[in-house]
Design a protein around this ligand. Structure first.
Ligand code: 3PG
Length: 210
C-alpha cells in the first residue's frame, strides 16, 4: 500500500489535473500511461459512468505510477467505494456537512467543492483547507478567487469548470491556487478514439505551464 497523501500534496502533483469520464474501464490504463508519458502524474476519474469504479481500480493496479483521484464523490457510499477501488484522493463538486464530517475519518484526503465564502468557512470549521472551486468560470473565474484570498487567506483551491489551457495561467498566478482541473486535457472523444498521442501532447502542454 502506498503512503497516504495529504490534499495539498495531491493538488500539487501537476499544474492541471485532467478530469476524465470513462465509458469503458479498459480505456483507463492506456489513458493513464499517455498522461504519464506527457509528464502528468495525477488524474481525476469522475463517478459519472457505470465504468468509473472499475476504471479507478484498473489504473491503481495496472498504472501504479499514476496517482488516481476520484471525482464526483457525492456521499459516504461513493467515498467508501472509491477507497476500496484504490483511489488515492477524492473530490466533490460540493460538500454536504454529512460527507465532509465522514471524510475527515477517511484513509484518503478529500477535497470538497465550494462556490461561496460561507461554504469555504464551513469547510474551514471542519478542518479543511483545500477546496475545489466549482464551476470556476461561471463563478467569476480567477477574479473571484483573487477576491476570496483577502478575507480567507488560509483556503487553497483547485478551480475547475470551463477552464482551458489558455485560461490556466491566470489562475495559477494566484497565491491561493494550487492547480486547476479540466476536461480539455483528455476529452471524451479523444479517449473514445484511443488518441493517446494527442492526450500525451496535451499533457506535455500542461507540464509546460509550470
Ligand atoms: C469537473 O467536474 O471538475 C468539471 O466537469 C470539469 O470541467 P470542464 O469539463 O468544464 O473542464
Amino acid at each position: 500500500m502506498s503512503k497516504p497523501l495529504d490534499a495539498e500534496h495531491a493538488l500539487t502533483l501537476s499544474p492541471a489535473i485532467p478530469v476524465v469520464t470513462i465509458e469503458r474501464a479498459s480505456q483507463a490504463p492506456p489513458l493513464a500511461r499517455a498522461l504519464l508519458a506527457g509528464g502528468v502524474r495525477t488524474m481525476e476519474i469522475t463517478l459519472r459512468t457505470p465504468a468509473a469504479l472499475d476504471a479507478i481500480r484498473a489504473v491503481a493496479q495496472e498504472a501504479p505510477d499514476m496517482v488516481v483521484g476520484a471525482g464526483t464523490v457525492l456521499n459516504r457510499r461513493d467515498l467508501d467505494a472509491v477507497v476500496e477501488a484504490g483511489a488515492r484522493y477524492a473530490l466533490s463538486p460540493g460538500g454536504t456537512p454529512k460527507l465532509m464530517k465522514a471524510a475527515r475519518e477517511a484513509p484518503i484526503p478529500f477535497v470538497p467543492g465550494v462556490a461561496t465564502a460561507s461554504e469555504i468557512m464551513r469547510g474551514l470549521d471542519l478542518g479543511y483547507t483545500c477546496f475545489k472551486f466549482f464551476p470556476a468560470e461561471p463563478l467569476g473565474g480567477a477574479a473571484a478567487l483573487k477576491a476570496l484570498a483577502g478575507p480567507l487567506p488560509v483556503a487553497r483551491f483547485c478551480p475547475t469548470g470551463a477552464i482551458t489551457l489558455e485560461k490556466a495561467p491566470s489562475y495559477l498566478a494566484l497565491s491561493n491556487v494550487l492547480c486547476v482541473g479540466g476536461g480539455w486535457i483528455a476529452p471524451a472523444d479523444r479517449i473514445e478514439a484511443s488518441d493517446w498521442p494527442a492526450i500525451e501532447a496535451a499533457a506535455r502542454a500542461v507540464i509546460a505551464l509550470r
